[in-house]
Design a protein around this ligand. Structure first.
Ligand code: PEP
Ligand code: MN
Length: 474
């Protein structure tokens, strides 16, 4: 194809540069030379301190020899879909666990995918545009922490940092960073992606089975019935297509695409999985399709931004309440120097109380400078609080308030709301309060299974999708 390839500051490093000693006088190169390891010259926040450096290097070498988990062509296809979200011709749905577990069952994964599919159908039906499905899965194993230590009953231990780094159990041993976990993260990502691809392409993503996706879901709720009514109408439309003599059993109907994503936080892991595309010479992080930079590691001169600028995957950056318009523009300069649509997604996580005030200046700066970004709302991370009994939770109403604020601001600014980012699961957990099933704070202990932040359960997620579908329709 003749499509423009993703921008990249990182053409193949000529072997002369690698082999010859540095010239005696430093000559400034613009943009500065990028290599998969150039982040190592920068400040790297949120990295574990491994007690055994030899073990770390051994694992890095092993990982470097593994097959990549994703292909460059898939990432280019995703970038094109995100480019469509930039102009309002598609809508992004990104969702999954806050922190994936190595022990997630196939059933758990299947239910999360089913929940994503259902949300996507509701959004597509309501919004009348293609929905780009991106799972927070097959690699979401590293967590940034606000506190390096966690204290329980007077005992203080290093914080849990995700399955890629240490274990969640509250013991001294579990919390020691172990580089061998990276191999397990890689293999678990491979197994997870495999199942995702199998479900998405092998019949489970079949739109003609849209009613079956709702079968396991409580039909006693009004939203459950609403889902089935929508599914019924979609089925009717499909059978009408068949009646007309056009088959609804086209691959475009019977399979779907789910892209994988995670926060690119553990840089030795990410570096070890960088591969160079032989057709374009561009570098890709092959641990997942879409990688994002978290709110705590987005410093313009820091290692995570350095790493991300050189990979050609579509990337995201979180923007919380402290993000300044100038700072966002500089991130656009560095992360998307060619201003390629779809290359950069800005994931807004302001909190329901801040979004009306803090988002407009960011949008105005981006519009004034003519930058192409996909605006996505992560309405989870700015709305977290602790209950009196100590559970970290979020309220469905506050999450919805931020989603609504996001759309209100875009309508006022004449910009494009590009999509949603949720921490969610297909299981009926009790981690967030609210929703029609009325999870209350006293219910949280019943099924609080998250390894990190509280997720929307299946009903709460689907209710979100219906609310947003209404907004998209209006
Ligand atoms: C997350 O997405 O789980 C996360 C930690 O987000 P943020 O970087 O926005 O706090
Ligand atoms: Mn989280």
């Amino acid at each position: 194809s003749t499509r423009k390839l993703p921008s990249s500051a990182c053409r193949r490093v000529p072997s002369a540069v690698l082999q010859e000693p540095a010239p005696p006088v430093a000559v400034p190169i613009t943009p500065p030379l990028w290599t998969p390891s150039s982040w190592r010259t920068k400040r790297a926040l949120q990295q574990p301190v491994y007690p055994d450096l030899e073990a770390l290097q051994r694992v890095e070498r092993q990982l470097h020899n593994q097959p990549s988990l994703v292909a460059s062509g898939e990432m280019q296809a995703l970038e094109q879909q995100l480019a469509a979200a930039c102009t309002g011709d598609a809508f992004v749905l990104q969702g999954g666990d806050c922190a994936e577990s190595f022990d997630e069952s196939a059933h758990g994964l299947k239910s999360t995918l089913a929940a994503l599919f259902k949300m996507a159908v509701v959004l597509m039906w309501g919004g009348k545009k293609h929905v780009v499905k991106i799972g927070r899965l097959a690699g979401q194993y590293g967590k940034p922490r606000s506190n390096d230590f966690e204290t329980r009953d007077g005992v203080s231990l290093p914080s849990y940092r995700g399955e890629n780094i240490n274990a969640a159990a509250f013991t001294e041993e579990a919390r020691i960073p172990d580089p061998n976990r990276m191999m397990r993260a890689y293999h678990t990502s491979a197994a997870t992606s495999n199942l995702v691809r199998a479900f998405a392409g092998g019949g489970y993503g079949d739109l003609t089975r849209v009613k079956e996706w709702g079968m396991d879901w409580s039909l006693t709720t009004s939203r459950g019935r609403q889902y089935m009514a929508t599914a019924e109408r979609i089925s009717e439309a499909l059978s009408f297509i068949d009646t007309c003599g056009l088959s609804s059993k086209q691959p475009i109907m019977t399979s779907t695409e789910v892209y994988t994503s995670h926060e690119a936080i553990l840089l030795p892991y990410e570096q070890a999985l960088v591969r160079q595309d032989p057709f374009t010479d561009n570098f890709y992080a092959c641990s997942g399709h879409f990688l994002w930079i978290g709110e705590r590691t987005r410093g313009i001169d820091d290692a995570h931004v350095e790493f991300a600028r050189g990979i050609s995957n579509p990337i995201g950056v979180k923007a919380g309440p402290t993000m300044k318009p100038e700072e966002l523009l500089r991130l656009c300069d560095v992360l998307n120097p060619n201003n390629t649509p779809g290359r950069l997604t800005v994931i807004i996580r302001m909190g329901a109380d801040n979004i009306l005030q803090n988002l407009p200046p960011l949008i105005r700066a981006v519009q004034r400078e003519g930058r192409n970004v996909v605006w996505v709302t992560d309405s989870m991370h700015g709305n977290t609080f602790k209950t009196e009994s100590g559970y970290k939770t979020r309220s469905w109403n506050r999450i919805m308030a931020e989603v609504k604020g996001f759309f209100t601001v875009h309508a006022a600014e004449g910009s494009i709301p590009g999509g949603l980012h949720f921490e969610m699961t297909g299981k009926e957990v009790t981690e967030c309060v609210g929703g029609t099933l009325q999870v209350k704070s006293e219910h949280l202990p019943q099924r609080y299974e998250s390894l990190c932040d509280p997720r929307l359960n299946q009903s709460q997620s689907l209710e979100m999708a219906f609310e947003v579908a209404e907004i998209l329709r209006s």
